[in-house]
Design a protein around this ligand. Structure first.
Ligand SMILES: C[S@@+](CC[C@H](N)C(=O)[O-])C[C@H]1O[C@@H](n2cnc3c(N)ncnc32)[C@H](O)[C@@H]1O
Length: 380
């Protein structure tokens, strides 16, 4: 059986070999920070279960330590309340609300943030504290502040960070409001996603500083954005090529909603193939076009439901084997999605790294190609 030191070294070797780790200082952090101090008992998804069932992998059971050094996300809380230790039965179901993100993504993002010695960094979403400890190892305790929304998760992270002998500044609170103590940062990194860039971040990061955050929404589509703050309250940036997804920041999550009743509406042939929405970028473009809607269904049977107005759109196979859409309500959701997907298709269906983002007090826009290209307003 391998020791934690051997498993850490193997992880560092693997991430170096596959090109994830390109900076020696981050490789040293992987070799030094014991992930097992941060994770404890974790949930593992049961393959093929619908909805996904999770089995707690208890601290110390066979495979527990090896699982911690797999390059995998380890879920540590469901539905904002159920930890792996709370699971009385064999399995639990729920939506993951906290986790230790897979090391390759954490390290790729730390490197993409391009933080240098002496930079002050604000992290949003402490989670288990593993990514915070990596940052503290690389940049120094005094340069890292991390905010966690959930007090139970935050307290466990604080204990783990202390046990690992790091001492960054830790805050329990809503990271979307920024550091309540004020202060100016050179870099901001978020390990939860947002529907739009919180204005507080645009004032807390210095002009010339950077924000790395995943933009997501109510239809589960994600894209990783790297923004340069250009002036107080203003930033512009590009989306990065690596498909990256994070759980949505709790205040940006979908509101509670009743069960959806599918109702009659106006039917017509669709101008786009509904299965396009199942592709990574196609689904994201659809979400940009209908940011107030949640998307359900899959393949040819897509369902969009606008939570504010109750508007619905659903696609189905028509009698002549073509796709149809049925829409009802004040917002023509499918018309919006069709126009956006057609713009994207006209541009040759580029990946997310062909999109950019501009944000200021007057609004937030995601654009395709160039700032004057097709664009969509974020729901701020
Ligand atoms: C994917 S986990 C973080 C992973 C973590 N960085 C790690 O390496 O273990 C996302 C975390 O963001 C937290 N979160 C969600 N909304 C937040 C908010 N508004 N402010 C701060 N933290 C938030 C969640 O509670 C969760 O613990």
């Amino acid at each position: 059986m391998s020791t934690p030191v051997e498993l850490r070294a193997a992880l560092a070797d693997r991430l170096t070999k596959d090109g994830t780790l390109t900076e020696h200082a981050w490789e040293s952090a992987v070799r030094a920070v014991p992930r097992e101090l941060f994770v404890g008992t974790y949930f593992t998804p049961l393959a093929g279960s619908v909805p996904t069932s999770y089995r707690p992998v208890r601290k110390g059971e066979p495979g527990w330590l090896e699982g911690i050094y797999d390059d995998l996300t380890l879920v540590t809380q469901l539905d904002g309340r159920t930890g792996p230790e709370d699971t009385a039965g064999e399995t639990a179901t729920g939506v993951p609300s906290s986790s230790s993100t897979l090391p390759s993504v954490v390290l790729r993002m730390w490197q993409q943030l391009d933080a240098e010695a002496g930079h002050r960094v604000l992290e949003i979403g402490t989670g288990t504290g593993y990514s915070t400890a990596l940052g503290a190892h690389r940049l120094g305790d005094g340069n890292i502040t991390s905010i966690e929304y959930d007090p139970v998760i935050g307290a466990a992270a604080a204990a783990a960070i202390k046990a690992a002998e790091f001492s960054p500044r830790l805050i329990i609170g809503d990271g979307l409001r920024g550091d309540p103590g004020g202060g100016q940062y050179d870099r901001l990194i978020a390990t939860c996603s947002v529907r739009y860039i919180p204005l507080s971040w645009l004032h807390q990061v210095k002009p010339g500083g950077r924000i790395l955050v995943t933009l997501s929404g109510w239809s589960y589509a994600n894209a990783l954005a790297l923004l340069d703050v250009t002036a107080p309250g203003e930033a512009t940036g590009r989306f990065l090529a690596d498909p990256t997804s994070f759980m949505i920041a709790r205040p940006h999550d979908r509101p509670p909603r009743p069960t959806l009743d599918l109702l009659p509406g106006e039917e017509r042939p669709t101008l786009i193939d509904p299965t396009t929405l199942d592709s990574w970028t196609g689904g994201w473009v659809a979400q940009l076009a209908a940011p107030g809607a949640i998307r359900m269904g899959a393949g040819g049977q897509q369902i969009l439901w606008d939570l504010a107005t109750g508007s619905q759109a659903r696609t189905a196979l028509g009698p002549d084997n073509g796709w149809t859409v049925t829409q009802r309500g004040p917002v023509a959701l499918w018309d919006q999605v069709e126009r956006a997907v057609q713009s994207w298709q006209t541009a040759g269906e580029p990946h997310q790294d062909h999109f950019g983002i501009t944000v200021s007090a007057t609004g937030q826009r995601v654009w395709l190609g160039a700032e004057d290209g097709p664009s969509w307003n974020l729901p701020i």
